[in-house]
Design a protein around this ligand. Structure first.
Ligand code: ADP
Length: 179
C-alpha cells in the first residue's frame, strides 16, 4: 500500500529492514547503542562490525532521539539509530517519545542529504508498545513531517515484519486517509 503526501511517497510493505536499499534504514536501538535482539541484532549481523565501531564512538542516544552511522555491508547508505520508549501503560509520555523518535530520525535523514528512509515498527517488539497505538503515532508523525517539510524527502517506507503488523498499519493508514 502507498499514498502520496505532499509530493512524497509513504509506503507500507512486509519485509526485512536489512534488505532495503533506501538511503537510510532506521534501527530500533537502545540508549546504550550496544546492540540487542530484534531489528537491532539483525542490522548488526547483516551490516558487520563497522556499525558497532561507529556506535561506540558516538556513545549513547537518549529515548526519543536519533544518531546516524555508516550502514557497513548493508545495501542502505546509512543507519539511523533511534530509541523508542518502553511501554509502561501509556501514561508515561510514551506517545510523545515515540513521535520524537520518528521525527528526529526523519530530520537527521534530511540534514544528511538523504531522500529515502525505511522504518521498522519502533517499540512494538521487546519494548511492548501496542501495535495499533504505535501505528497511529508512527503514521501520523511521518505524514505530518512530510506535510510540514515538502520536498525534503521522496520516500518513507515502513517495513513490517509480520503480515499481522502490515494489516494493522494498512488499516490505520486507511482510517487516517479517510479523515
Ligand atoms: P523495540 O525494542 O523498539 O520494541 P524490536 O526490534 O524488539 O524493537 O521490535 C520492533 C519490531 O521490529 C517488531 O515488530 C519486530 O517484529 C520487528 N522486526 C524484527 N526483526 C526485523 C527485521 N529484520 N526487519 C523488520 N522488522 C523487524
Amino acid at each position: 500500500m502507498r499514498i502520496e503526501v505532499a509530493a512524497a511517497t509513504l509506503e507500507l510493505i512486509r519485509g526485512d529492514i536489512t534488505r532495503q536499499a533506501t538511503d537510510a534504514i532506521v534501527n530500533a536501538a537502545n540508549s546504550a547503542l550496544r546492540g540487542g535482539g530484534g531489528v537491532d541484532g539483525a542490522i548488526h549481523r547483516a551490516g558487520g562490525p563497522a556499525i558497532m565501531e561507529e556506535s561506540r564512538r558516538i556513545g549513547r542516544c537518549p529515548t526519543g532521539q536519533a544518531v546516524i552511522t555508516t550502514a557497513g555491508d548493508l545495501p542502505a547508505r546509512k543507519v539511523i539509530h533511534t530509541v523508542g520508549p518502553r511501554w509502561r501503560g501509556g501514561d508515561s509520555g510514551e506517545p510523545a517519545l515515540l513521535a520524537g523518535a520518528y521525527r528526529r530520525s526523519l530530520q537527521l535523514a534530511v540534514d544528511n542529504g538523504l531522500s529515502s528512509v525505511a522504518f521498522p515498527s519502533i517499540s512494538t517488539g521487546a519494548y511492548g508498545y501496542p501495535v495499533e497505538e504505535a501505528a497511529r503515532v508512527a503514521l501520523r508523525t511521518v505524514a505530518q513531517f512530510l506535510e510540514q517539510n515538502p520536498g525534503s524527502l521522496e520516500l518513507v517506507r515502513f517495513v513490517l515484519f509480520t503480515q499481522d503488523d502490515l494489516c494493522i498499519y494498512e488499516q490505520t493508514l486507511r482510517d487516517m486517509a479517510a479523515q
